[in-house]
Design a protein around this ligand. Structure first.
Ligand SMILES: *[C@@H]1O[C@H](CO)[C@@H](O)[C@H](O)[C@H]1NC(C)=O
Ligand SMILES: *[C@@H]1O[C@H](CO)[C@@H](O)[C@H](O)[C@H]1NC(C)=O
Ligand SMILES: *[C@@H]1O[C@H](CO)[C@@H](O)[C@H](O)[C@H]1NC(C)=O
Ligand SMILES: *[C@@H]1O[C@H](CO)[C@@H](O)[C@H](O)[C@H]1NC(C)=O
Ligand SMILES: *[C@@H]1O[C@H](CO)[C@@H](O)[C@H](O)[C@H]1NC(C)=O
Ligand SMILES: *[C@@H]1O[C@H](CO)[C@@H](O)[C@H](O)[C@H]1NC(C)=O
Length: 473
């Protein structure tokens, strides 16, 4: 066994001060109005935008605008964004000049207009130039330079330690855009850019079995919202040395789950190491993982011409890790051919005639009728459960009564038999009455339920008056 704990760098990008827009310089201009000596456009009253290109009449606000323009961009023509000088991109989500911290590097980025004539470099040396790269913003060229933390050249990033918090590092630089012409009206511009690298202790320091390998990780490149999902069969140690993992180099890890395999017992266990509050993808992962085995099994039966066996699985269902198979007498025999041996399969069938699946109890009678009722494992607890709102609390009363209706719907859908439905509904109404609900309003909720969801209760063949007596007397 080994003890694991690891430090991982999480990167965030913070504000910048920009002034690369100068209407006197090549590539920049004012579409209307005048270019002021200081480099900004002075728009006539009926135009707006950095370069005064948007007629004020075209500006759209509120519901008339179908997109969200970030960073103070102005919405116009209903679905377009006119960005401030500091931002670019369709929705103004890219910094015009910025720095982005990744695991092991700082990436400097600059978007410049097509007509831009000049070069952008780190202030410390003209040799630390940003190089043109593929641009993801139409009409803009993109320049980029990635400098690794370990760089010791003159381009090495300048860092301020322990800012803003102990263990964090803030990287800061001045980016200069200089122009070829030395005319009096052309001026170099300076953008001060910053990003932070945060040290975060991963939430693991528990005993881990000797073989632990990642099955799933999703990572985000610091700048884009692209999620990369990877499945790697590499030892976990590699994961914590970013330079060894090409796929996640310079990425923000949102989610990481590993499977540990006990090499003696072959037991497999999954451990979630990082979950930054994004979507928990464990259920999705289980689906993909298990489906791959199930599909392979069925396809192989079909390929061998055993479609009659495959059709036995017509009423076999799985919800994440719960499987239900109906009318498939040999199901148990197949389990070991379907799922890998490392998975533990636990039989939860209660008797030959009944089984619970999720919150449904299924039972057969001797005539082969399948009936369902609600199954709630909390019924077996030997203590009472505090649930449902108390009317004395501050929640408004109509949603509280809505809870009664929604539970009746659930009970009716799950219960074949009227007696099961009544048992549940009665238990709930007693509980609600003890929590301050008023009988008259429960009665009118029940009436509403009976009227609106008649298709759920019609097979009970019970009039409303009797149902009321059974549940609320
Ligand atoms: C402003 O709106 C008019 C009329 O819809 C349109 O013809 C024009 O192209 C728009 N201007 C811009 C800059 O989109
Ligand atoms: C691995 O399985 C064996 C046998 O079931 C057990 O004795 C051992 O404690 C397990 N090891 C770990 C690390 O769980
Ligand atoms: C599977 O069940 C459906 C009804 O749910 C039926 O229409 C279909 O023919 C069955 N398929 C096989 C192969 O038995
Ligand atoms: C369930 O069915 C199996 C096979 O038909 C039989 O061997 C077993 O005794 C049954 N169990 C019960 C509790 O009836
Ligand atoms: C199933 O429900 C039907 C009618 O709803 C009932 O007659 C039958 O006895 C029930 N069977 C079992 C096993 O509860
Ligand atoms: C409930 O069950 C637990 C464990 O089975 C037991 O320790 C406890 O005494 C029980 N409580 C009551 C009130 O019966």
């Amino acid at each position: 066994m080994i003890r694991l704990s690891a430090l991982v760098t999480i990167a965030i990008t913070v504000s910048l001060v920009s002034c690369s827009f100068d209407c006197n310089n090549p590539g920049y201009s004012c579409r209307q109005g005048k270019c002021h000596y200081f480099g900004v456009c002075e728009c006539p009253n009926q135009f707006v935008g950095v370069d005064c290109s948007i007629p004020r009449a075209n500006v759209t606000t509120g519901a008339a605008c179908s997109v969200t323009c970030h960073n103070n961009g102005i919405c116009y023509n209903g679905n377009m964004c006119a960005c401030t000088a500091d931002y670019t991109g369709e929705l103004c989500h890219h910094q015009t000049t910025g720095a982005r911290c990744t695991f092991d590097a700082v990436v400097y980025e600059a978007y410049r207009p097509t007509g831009f004539e000049g070069e952008t470099y780190l202030k410390q040396s003209r040799s630390c130039k940003l190089l043109e790269t593929h641009s993801d913003v139409p009409g803009m060229r993109k320049f980029e330079r990635k400098i690794f933390h370990a760089d010791t050249s003159e381009c090495a990033p300048q860092k301020v330690l322990d800012l803003p918090n102990p263990g964090d590092v803030t990287y800061e630089a001045d980016l200069i855009s200089s122009y070829k012409y030395n005319s009096w009206s052309l001026r170099d511009t300076v953008d001060n850019v910053k990003c932070q690298s945060k040290q975060t202790l991963l939430g693991i320091s528990k005993d881990a079995p000797d073989s632990l390998f990642p099955i799933k990780m999703s990572a985000r490149d610091g700048s884009s919202s692209n999620v990369q999902a990877t499945t790697q069969n590499a030892p976990i140690a590699l994961l914590f040395a970013p330079q060894n993992i090409p796929d996640v180099k310079g990425a923000l890890v949102d989610y990481l789950e590993v499977y540990s395999i006990n090499s003696t017992s072959k037991a497999m266990k999954s451990v979630v190491l990082v979950d930054n509050g994004w979507t928990n993808c464990a259920p999705l992962l289980a689906d993909i993982f298990l489906y791959s085995y199930e599909a392979e099994f069925i396809q192989s039966l079909v390929a061998e011409g055993k479609t009659y066996l495959a059709s036995d699985f017509n009423f076999t269902y799985r919800y994440i890790d719960d499987v239900l198979s109906i009318n498939n007498p040999k199901f148990a025999d197949y389990l070991s051919s379907i799922y890998p041996s490392e998975l533990e399969v636990e039989e939860t069938t209660e008797t030959n005639y009944s089984a619970s699946y999720l919150d449904i109890m299924l039972s057969y009678n001797t005539h082969g009728h399948l009936n369902t009722s609600l199954y709630d494992k909390r019924d077996d607890f030997n203590f009472s459960i505090t649930s449902f709102p108390f009317l004395s609390s501050i929640i408004p009363s109509s949603p509280a009564y809505g809870v009664f209706i929604s539970q009746l719907i659930r009970y009716a859908r799950a219960s074949t038999k009227y007696s099961d439905f009544v048992l549940r509904a009665r238990r709930l109404s007693d509980k609600l009455l003890s929590q301050g609900y008023v009988c008259d309003r429960l009665t009118s909720s029940l009436r509403k339920f009976y009227g609106r969801y008649s298709e759920l209760v019609i097979h009970y063949d019970v009039p409303l008056s009797r149902m009321m007596g059974d549940i609320l007397s």
